[in-house]
Ligand binder design. Sequence first.
Ligand code: SAH
Length: 217
Amino acid sequence: MTKDDPHRKKRIAMVENQISSRGITDERILNVMRQIPRHLFVQDDDQDDAYTDHPLPIGNNQTISQPYIVALMTSLMDLSGSEKILEIGTGSGYQTAVLSRLAREVYSVELIKTLSERAAGRLDLLGLENVRLHVGDGSSGWEKYQPYDRIMITAATPDISKNVLEQVRVNGKIVAPIGERWNQTLEVWERKEDGFVKEKILPVVFVPLKGRFGWQD
Ligand code: SAH
């Protein structure tokens, strides 16, 4: 994140051309995305493409989301800075890093150990200390630290499991891609005293959530 970072210009352009131009105006989100070195979250050979308008492979058949989708999901989380967040699907750790700069604490679960370990290395390197990672099946959430103010699922899920629904506090929100295996809708579910109010945002394509309450192979 130093001044001579050769990727800095690309990052500024990414925010301008892909994110603010598409209607994300929250300066806190834009600033964080201008600062976090996304190229460190992709594979070495892809570093030059890290700021393009696409998802990219991160190994183990998984992907880092397109920058705009990271910004959009972050904005749907509606963060003030005081929140305790659960993220399901750490992946590269890029979304985790963005959330950690905009909330109090981030708890993030990843099924694939090598991805979680790599993410941990990057988050350490950036000095992001308000993040706790866990290797395991996040389709049932992470019970130990519940309730969460916000939950983000970063893999496609046929539905949100009862366990996860119970781990968000009343007036909290869940942001998730819900639907078919290769065709979902990004949705926001807000928990009210008497149930969830659901809002559909836009069609998306995420890699599948696996595990007990995800897609069975
Ligand atoms: N937000 C990530 C994108 C992650 S892709 C990023 O910015 O890089 C979705 C991730 O969810 C993958 O890493 C995948 O391994 C993970 N995943 C899939 N099923 C899971 C489960 N049941 N529990 C935890 N993680 C899961």
